[in-house]
Design a protein around this ligand. Structure first.
Ligand code: HEC
Length: 111
């Protein structure tokens, strides 16, 4: 009984910590990503190496980065202008969408 309880707890903790357990809605994020695609690409890989790859990054990290741009903690002239109108929900949805895309890390290693 105790064993099962502990096992269940461990599973719950693992699930909560997994990057897949996002709070945002990836489908809604996709719809909100139209402006982002101009630089980060439809696949989140960036249309040019000067734009960071968003595909497959941790949702938490992406959401944190977007909030930091919006709140002025992270300064970048390009991104700052794009995030001013984003709500917390928009940020969670966008982060969920980009986190759900396949990561391009292998592609980078092959180049
Ligand atoms: C005009 C081009 C452009 C557009 C449009 C754009 N970005 Fe960016 N984005 C950049 C650049 C350049 C950087 C790198 C800035 C830096 O060094 O901090 C960046 C950085 C980021 C980062 C941080 C990535 C990291 O690895 O730290 C996130 C997250 C991000 N953008 C999300 C978005 C989202 C979401 C949108 C749409 C709302 C968007 N961007 C639209 C150019 C763009």
């Amino acid at each position: 009984m105790m064993r099962q309880l502990l096992g269940g707890l461990a599973t719950a903790v693992l699930l909560a910590g997994a990057p897949q357990a996002w709070a945002g809605d990836a489908d809604a994020g996709k719809e909100k990503s139209t402006t982002c695609q101009a630089c980060h690409g439809a696949d989140g890989m960036g249309i040019d190496p000067m734009y960071p790859i968003l595909a497959g990054q941790y949702e938490d990290y992406l959401a944190h980065a977007l909030r930091a741009y919006r709140d002025g903690e992270r300064k970048n002239a390009i991104m700052a202008g794009l995030v001013t109108t984003l709500s917390d929900e928009d940020i969670e949805d966008l982060a969920a969408f980009y986190a759900s895309l396949p990561s391009g890390v292998e592609t980078l290693e092959e180049e």
